[in-house]
Each structure stands twice: as structure tokens, then as C-alpha cells.
Design a protein around this ligand. Structure first.
Ligand code: PLP
Length: 390
């Protein structure tokens, strides 16, 4: 039975419109305008002084195409507010500057660009940054020495898919007066809703699953109206807004997100199960496999296990490189979340800068290959892996 008062995520994202145009178009056109004309100065002042709602200048975030996208993004995470950005890193940096200036405590492994931002830029600006290994999450309360800090993490994490307990971390953080930000890029809002589990801020590289076709770069923050306010000011003054054209393209992609994610989940599960049986694969890291360390926790906090997985090839780094080079359907490329399947070797790409010991400590074996499982036929993906491994 459908319930018109509580439509499901697929219905919501397709019908979540902000504007209706005079021509009956089911979706808004691209409003490429940078500025807006007023009838008189009194009207302009009403908008500037916030007596009436209105658009003034697109970089401020007041643009119909961008606002329509943001309404869709908020709906996906069932958030009060969403902000769209020119990239995932723009969303992350504005959020850290708005809410992390008292200190940022990171748990587990982070995307390399985020790590670089924290070490090279946030610390240089005098922001205290602490890193805790996933196993040391029990020490989180000791790192939250005074209130006002920001706890930041990703789950599932890159590239070993390690799962962190969002509810438990949020409870500890809130008890010590900290906010919680989760990068939800790997899971997507269809498989995991960190706000419902207690997080305060959810970030996405929309370049990945939200865009879904490897043809746009964008970022998103979903949060409460109150926590969005200071981020809007940073976005405006750092000039990090998404362009109206990209916003329209991303809004188009969101309409197929639920169905794409369902297929990513199914394909990744099929690939993970096949790889688990393969004699040349020593380990498969996929939250959906009962053999995976974080499986029980993933079952509790995720409604699907996602399209990302890692496999460890017997024979180490060289053997894995040869497999990656022999793959034909999987493209050798960084990034993830697109319709096409991608393969990358963390020791040669995202974690190239780490020593072997550091990589092993982070659960990144020598023969690890990270797979972003796309929307091709699962049998073709498995056949491609089998031929590359043979
Ligand atoms: N967060 C995660 C988990 C990512 O994988 C990436 C990029 O790969 C980013 C953030 C940064 O996103 P963008 O490249 O859109 O700036």
C-alpha cells in the first residue's frame, strides 16, 4: 500500500519540486542567471534586509536551479536543509571551517584529500586536529577534552570498507559537547542515513553516487537549518557554490539514484560472493558478506551494502597490478560511484604515500584492489575478473 503522506524515497526524489513553470515542464529549466532584477530599491532592500524572501546574487546560493537541487538533496537524507557545492572537497572544507575551528577529532581512515586538507591546511591555520585509529575509537572521550569540537569520520571507510558505529560515536560526542560529521559518500543516502542515527552533519562527494555517471563534480552537506547557517556564509565568501548547469545535471541524476543504488548493491554482492570463492583471492572486504568483520554492525545501520568492495590478490602487489592491467570491463581509474565499473590499486594510488607498515596497519594488504562495481551485467563483471585472475 502506498501512503501519500509518507512517500518512499524514490517517489520523493522524483516529485520533490520547488518551482512550477508557466509551460508545465515537469522539471525546472536551468536558471543560468547570476543576478536578479528588482522593480525598485525598496524591493531590493526588503530582500537584502531579509524582510521578504528573494534572490539577489547566485554566488550567495540564491538561484532557483540550485535551490531545487538542494530541496532534493535534503529529502534524500531527510534533513531540514541541504547545501550544494562545487565539489565534495568544497563541502568538506566549508563545513570544517564553519564547525571545526575549536578542534577536529577524526576516527578511522579518511579520503586522502580530506586528510591532506586536515594536515596541510587546518593544522596550518591553528586548528587542533587529532587522528584516532578505528581500533582506538574507545579513546574518543579522552580526545574531547573541551566542548565545541567536531568529530569527523567515514563509514564504510576507504579502501578496506571498515564500519564505524555511527550511533555510538554520536552518543559519546554529544555527551562531551561535540558535533558529529559523517562523510556518507561510500554508502549513499539510499543505503545509510547518518542523521537518523544521531549525526549532525552529513557530507557527500556528489561526484560519486549522487551524480552517478562520472560526468560532474559536486558536493553536498545535509544538516539542520541552524547548523547550515554558518556554512552558507563560508560557502558564499570562499566562492564554492555549484554552477546552475551542474546543479540541474545533478538534480536529474538524483531521480534515478534509488534504482541505481539497488543495482549497485546487487552487482557488488554478486561480485563479492564470486570473489570469495576464487582460489586466487585471499580476502574480500565487503560489508554484505557474513565473513566480513563489520557485517553485523553494517546490517544494523545500513539498509544496503553499497557498490564498493576490495579484494586481496594472492601474490601481493605485482600480482594485483597484473590483474588490474588485464581487466577489460573494469576501467583502471580512480573515483567511484559511476555506472561503469572501476578498479584501482590503493598502494599505487590513494595510499601510495604511506609506508608498507602504515598501509598494513590500516588493513590495506599488498595485493589489494579496490572495485567500484558499476551497472553492467554482473555476470560480465565476474567473467572479467575471472579472466584477469586466470
Ligand atoms: N569524500 C570521499 C569519501 C571521496 O572518495 C572523495 C573523492 O574521491 C571526496 C570526499 C572528495 O570529493 P570531490 O572529488 O568531489 O571533491
Amino acid at each position: 500500500m502506498t501512503n501519500p503522506d509518507h512517500p518512499g524515497p524514490a517517489t520523493r526524489i522524483i516529485h520533490n519540486r520547488r518551482h512550477r513553470d508557466a509551460f508545465g515542464s515537469p522539471y525546472s529549466p536551468v536558471y543560468n542567471t547570476t543576478t536578479y532584477r528588482f522593480e525598485n530599491t525598496a524591493q531590493l532592500l526588503d530582500v537584502i534586509e531579509r524582510r521578504t524572501e528573494g534572490n539577489l546574487y547566485t554566488r550567495w546560493g540564491t538561484n532557483p536551479s540550485i535551490q531545487e537541487l538542494e530541496q532534493g538533496l535534503a529529502g534524500l537524507e531527510q534533513a531540514e536543509a541541504a547545501l550544494a557545492f562545487a565539489s565534495g572537497m568544497a563541502a568538506i572544507s566549508a563545513t570544517l571551517l564553519a564547525h571545526g575551528r575549536q578542534g577536529i577529532v577524526c576516527v578511522g581512515d579518511l579520503y586522502g584529500g580530506t586528510q591532506e586538507l586536515l594536515i596541510n591546511h587546518c593544522q596550518a591555520l591553528g586548528i587542533p586536529v587529532t587522528f584516532l585509529f578505528r581500533e582506538d575509537v574507545g579513546q574518543l572521550k579522552d580526545a574531547l577534552t573541551e566542548p565545541g569540537k567536531l568529530v569527523y569520520f567515514e563509514t564504510p571507510a576507504n579502501p578496506n570498507m571498515a564500519i564505524l558505529d555511527i550511533r555510538e560515536i554520536a552518543q559519546t560526542a554529544h555527551k562531551h559537547g561535540a558535533l558529529v560529521a559523517v562523510d556518507n559518500t561510500f554508502a549513499s543516502p539510499i543505503n545509510q542515513k547518518p542523521l537518523a542515527l544521531g549525526a549532525d552533519l552529513v557530507l557527500h562527494s556528489a561526484t560519486k553516487y549522487l551524480g552517478g555517471h562520472s560526468d560532474l563534480t559536486a558536493g553536498a552537506l545535509m544538516t539542520s537549518t541552524a547548523l547550515a547557517q554558518p556554512v552558507i556564509a563560508w560557502r558564499k565568501n570562499l566562492g564554492q557554490l555549484i554552477s546552475p548547469e551542474t546543479a540541474t545535471l545533478l538534480a536529474r541524476s538524483l531521480r534515478t539514484l534509488p534504482v541505481r543504488i539497488r543495482q549497485h548493491n546487487d552487482n557488488a554482492m554478486a561480485v563479492a560472493e564470486a570473489m570469495e570463492q576464487h582460489p586466487k583471492i585471499t580476502k574480500v572486504h565487503y560489508p554484505g558478506l557474513p565473513s566480513f568483520e563489520g557485517h553485523e554492525l553494517a546490517k544494523q545501520q545500513m539498509s544496503g551494502f553499497g557498490g564498493m568492495l576490495s579484494i586481496e590478490v594472492a601474490g601481493g602487489q605485482q600480482a594485483a597490478q597484473e590483474v588490474a592491467d588485464r581487466l577489460q570491463v573494469f576501467l583502471l581509474a580512480t573515483s567511484l560511484g559511476g555506472v561503469e565499473s572501476l578498479v584501482s590499486q590503493p598502494s599505487a594510488t590513494s595510499h601510495h604515500g604511506l609506508s608498507r607498515e602504515e598501509r598494513l596497519k590500516r588493513g590495506i594488504g599488498d595485493g589489494m584492489l579496490r572495485l567500484s562495481v558499476g551497472l553492467e551485467d554482473a555476470e560480465d563483471l565476474i567473467a572479467d575478473l575471472n579472466q584477469a585472475l586466470s
